[in-house]
Design a protein around this ligand. Structure first.
Ligand code: ATP
Length: 326
């Protein structure tokens, strides 16, 4: 493949606050470097259906503060088939797009890796997911905003929990990862977090009950990651109601509010740095890497590493939460 003259950009999978800031940074850094930019709508689906528009610098004006993604996002089953990916490749060739920047989570980067290998095509990925579950980066775009949304919601629930002396199980997102639950619990002074990473190690709820999770307090809040491994907040509440009917138990499922909202300063800056780094990486002949951040430095993480490895939680945080909730 010759020198890159035109790049395509897409957002895929679950939306995350800060994706727009990333689109803006990729677009403007590319134009600054003399590249043409083509925006692909609705993730991989737009590559198959040829929903593509040339972007100028003004196409990304006034979006840095907006949640969601102006490029829309979608889940695309066809891209999981060789025929679907061949169609996507044909579109890229007909549109003269020489390289792609894909913004999304684990699934998006898995698709990118398969496509890049199949067609020997240059792709750089940006970690855009509120779950923070991608290996090789300290933070993903959208995670900090979601954490702040959880904090605001839990602070409000605490007011009513305290007034009624209730025990609340609050379910937060995180199918395979407890980052939102664990750090959300620390940020809100919650009693505990029930997370998938240690679900098979011991009975987290049982332990909590054994240690007397109400102690001297007149209300309690427990954050539960929505994962099948934890069973979710409903299952926790049912169990407590059956085994400890004296507790006044309530459940709140925060749901999709966690995905929305204007990105925090942290996410805007992270997305801006990562977006600019994606173009630098492509111009530097990097391929099949995800842009990550480690100790405030931009790093290139091979797709295979970012996808295949589970990102470990910091066990110190569990201990801190336990100590601070006495
Ligand atoms: P989030 O973490 O927010 O859910 P995600 O990127 O993991 O985001 P997915 O729905 O898992 O979201 O994946 C997005 C898209 O990536 C899929 O709809 C599909 O088009 C593509 N994709 C996922 N896995 C594969 C795969 N194994 N092969 C090809 N394409 C894939």
């Amino acid at each position: 493949m010759g020198a890159i003259k035109c790049i395509g950009i897409l957002t895929s999978g679950g939306d995350a606050p800060g994706m727009n800031a990333a689109i803006r940074a990729v677009t403007r850094t590319a134009i600054y470097n003399g590249l043409e930019v083509k925006a692909i709508y609705r993730g991989y689906r737009g590559l198959i259906t040829n929903e593509i528009e040339t972007f100028k610098t003004q196409n990304v004006s006034n979006i840095i503060q907006q949640g969601g993604t102006i490029l829309k996002t979608a889940r695309c089953a066809e891209f999981m088939t060789p025929e679907g990916r061949k169609q996507a490749y044909d579109t890229l060739v007909s549109q003269n797009i020489d390289a792609l920047v894909c913004i999304g989570g684990d699934g998006t980067l898995t698709g990118a890796r398969i496509f890049a290998t199949e067609f020997n095509y240059p792709i750089v990925g940006l970690p855009g997911t509120i779950d923070n579950d991608l290996y090789g980066t300290d933070s993903t775009i959208g995670y900090d905003t979601a954490l702040n949304t959880i904090m605001d919601a839990v602070d409000k629930i605490r007011d009513t929990a305290t007034s009624h002396e209730r025990l609340f199980f609050i379910e937060v997102m995180g199918r395979d990862a407890g980052f939102l639950a664990l750090n959300g619990a620390i940020a809100t002074g919650s009693e505990a977090a029930i997370i998938p990473e240690i679900a098979t190690e011991y009975d987290q709820l049982g332990e909590l009950i054994k240690n007397g999770f109400r102690k001297s307090k007149n209300s309690s809040i427990v954050l539960v990651a929505e994962s099948p491994l934890t069973g979710g907040a409903m299952a926790m509440a049912e169990r407590v109601k059956n085994e400890y009917p004296q507790y006044d138990v309530r459940v709140t499922i925060l749901g999709h509010i966690q995905r929305g909202g204007s990105p925090t300063a942290f996410d805007r800056i992270l997305a801006s740095r990562m977006g600019a780094a994606a173009i630098d990486a492509l111009l530097d002949d990097q391929r099949n890497v995800m842009i990550g951040i480690q100790n405030d430095e931009i790093v290139y993480v091979p797709f295979t590493k970012a996808i295949k490895n589970d990102k470990p939680i910091n066990r110190e945080l569990l201990n801190t939460l336990r100590i601070l909730s006495i």
